[in-house]
Design a protein around this ligand. Structure first.
Ligand code: M6R
Length: 615
């Protein structure tokens, strides 16, 4: 949610920053802007709409060459997405500029105070108050921008990443963070600040994590990090394990298409190195001892959106393998219902970005109740794994398309690994049983590859259905979260009404929605679980009898469903618990193709942002 880039070095700073913004645009695309120090003032260029509008403005009226610059892509919270509300925001004299990601909760009070003191604010944003607070603080601290930032941060409530430049310090960029992401990129004779390493990965893969309530000052040679009171703090440096090619479209029209195609590799990478030579599952980065894991008597998975559906999928496997009760809860609901959590509860926080505010707040609540928290995350150095007791990284590589695809599959795989590991440690499964399950998981990259072969059939189907008003999805057991995920993808990408139901629930009300020609996608479990399978075959007949157009996903060779299927999509044969890893793939392609057929921007759907850093 909002992308921020800052740069100091010998290259043309504004160009580096605009390029960084292009790589961060998935974080928000309501407006974009940049600022550079220019003599006695800062020069700002900003435009509502996508980055391309800013690039047009810069082509017509270029900013001067400078050694420092900063920029912002916005996902609007306070104030409509207009030019005046676009970041950066400046002080009364145009001598400093600031960009912000997050929400300043006490901004109304601060704004009233500033206006009473004679400051002139021109936008509807919470951010502009910070520019004017910095103006006063700079004056009070003799022009020390980093010190001014510290003073201002101490007055702010809410979540923020702030980055600022000042005309009097043309070789300095200052940033701060609380509950919102900011990383440092360490280059040779140049340094970077960004919401995400993607912004500077073309220049350096050496990054520094910033902790909570820290202020960072970068020059071309130095990086200095302090707390909000000026105390220098130790930081953790790390090397990013992917390169620029991972953040490019690689010949695909959209990042989402590339990321769908990358799924076999993402699953394989997440599984890599998990089995020891003696056939035991090893999760050495777990940081929770076997004794601690034996004490667990309840698991609660917290997550949002697609990650929540990964959690719902995992519940079936975790309970089956470990016999530990497992609840799955939306992070945004968790802490408001006074959940029963204690030291023997394992809370699993699933988040691709590691920055989702709802999940972060839920995690903190769980830790306050002394629960052990284990993060499943795709982003090294992000806040959620840092604040957890343990972490299991999914190795999906960067996911740029706003719609989650490869990270869903890898989150399910990571949850399954945790389930099997718990089963091994607690001996609810024999070692050889765990090894058999891991072996099945190891076959999944090939199965996912096979699921991608449905691409052409799905494309044709999507073109046929592009004028549909609504699509329903039904499934049973692990097919139910798959149905939910399919419906979510369709809503967010094709802007179509889509709803998912547990197939058994249809008869309790939703079946009234079925009318002639309504497309209904049915996820059919493999035949091994006969009761489950036969029940859903009956459900297909019930909806078809009422006029539904049935789109049936079933394992290859399942000829029992063919008579009731208007379209039959064949899935690779896999065990029931693993079917989500193959059944989700055609549904991702379906949503992507329908979005394209309807002329929507697949990678940047309207009103959304990749990383949701507000509650
Ligand atoms: O970064 P996270 O995994 O915490 O994000 C959670 C959701 O915001 C995310 O999965 C969202 O639902 C996706 N855009 C769905 O495609």
């Amino acid at each position: 949610m909002c992308g921020i880039v800052g740069y100091v070095g010998s290259s043309r700073a504004v160009d580096i920053v605009v390029e960084g913004l292009r790589r961060l645009e998935y974080r928000g695309y309501d407006s974009a802007g940049v600022a550079v120090p220019d003599g006695a003032r800062v020069r700002v260029s900003k435009r509502a709409g996508k980055l391309v509008n800013l690039e047009g403005a810069l082509a017509d009226d270029p900013l001067p060459a400078s050694s420092s610059a900063m920029g912002h892509t916005r996902w609007a919270t306070h104030g409509a997405p207009t030019d005046p509300n676009a970041h950066p925001h400046i002080d009364c004299h145009g001598r400093l500029a600031v960009v912000h990601n997050g929400i300043i909760e006490n901004f109304a009070t601060l704004r009233a105070e500033l206006e009473a003191a004679g400051h002139h604010l021109t936008s509807e944003t919470d951010t502009e108050a910070v520019a004017h607070l910095l103006e006063d603080a700079c004056e009070a601290s003799g022009g020390d921008l980093a010190e001014a930032m510290r003073q201002v941060c101490r007055r702010l409530e809410g979540a923020f990443t702030l980055v600022a430049v000042h005309a009097d310090a043309p070789d300095l960029v200052v940033g701060a963070r609380r509950n919102s992401p900011l990383v440092v990129g360490r280059g040779q004779g140049e340094n970077f600040l960004a919401s995400d390493v993607a912004a500077f990965i073309a220049y350096t893969r050496d990054a520094i994590e910033l902790g909570q309530d820290q202020v960072v000052a970068i020059t071309s040679a130095d990086v200095t990090v302090t707390d909000f009171y000026g105390q220098v703090v130790q930081t953790r440096e790390y090397h990013v394990d992917w390169d620029i090619s991972a953040a490019e479209k690689g010949g695909h029209d959209y990042f989402m298409l590339k990321e769908i195609a990358e799924q076999p590799k993402a699953v394989a990478d997440t599984l890599l190195g998990r089995l020891t030579p003696d056939g035991r599952l090893s999760l050495d980065e777990m940081r929770l001892s076997d004794d601690e894991l034996r004490e667990i008597d309840k698991i609660i998975i917290i997550a949002c959106g697609t990650a929540f559906y990964a959690g719902l999928t995992a519940k079936y496997a975790i309970e089956h393998w470990t016999r530990i009760p497992c609840e799955v809860e939306l992070s945004s609901e968790f802490r408001y219902r006074d959940p029963i959590v204690d030291r023997s509860t394992l809370v699993i926080a699933i988040s691709q970005s590691g920055e989702t505010m709802d999940t972060l707040m839920a995690l903190r609540h769980a830790r306050e109740q002394r629960a052990r928290v284990l993060a499943i995350c795709n982003t090294n150095g992000s806040t959620i794994p840092r604040e957890s007791d343990a972490v299991l990284y999914t190795h999906a590589g960067p996911e740029v398309g706003v719609a989650a695809t490869k990270t869903f599959l890898t989150q399910v795989v990571a949850c399954y690994l945790i389930g099997l590991y718990l089963a091994q440690v607690r001996e609810t499964k024999f070692g050889d049983e765990v090894a058999i399950e891991v072996d099945q998981l190891d076959r999944m990259p090939a199965a996912v590859e096979q699921a991608l072969e449905t691409m052409e059939q799905i494309r044709a189907l999507a073109r046929e259905l592009s004028d549909s008003k609504s699509v329903l999805f039904i499934g049973r057991h692990v097919g139910y979260p798959v149905a939910l995920e399919g419906a979510l993808k369709l809503k967010e990408l094709a802007y179509m009404h889509a709803e998912a139901f547990a197939a058994g629930e249809l008869k309790h009300g939703p079946i009234a929605l079925i009318e002639d020609g309504l497309p209904v996608v049915v996820v059919v479990p493999p035949r091994g679980r006969d009761a489950l399978h036969d029940k859903i075959v009956s459900n297909i007949q019930e909806i078809r009898a009422r006029g539904a157009r049935t789109i049936v996903l079933a394992e290859e060779g399942d000829d029992t469903v063919a008579p009731w299927s208007d379209t039959l999509i064949q899935l690779p044969k896999v065990p029931t618990l693993l079917q989500p890893l193959v059944a989700t793939v055609p549904l991702q392609i379906f949503a992507c193709e329908l979005a394209m057929a309807r002329g929507n921007d697949v990678d940047q759907p309207r009103n959304l942002a990749k990383s949701v850093t507000v509650e």
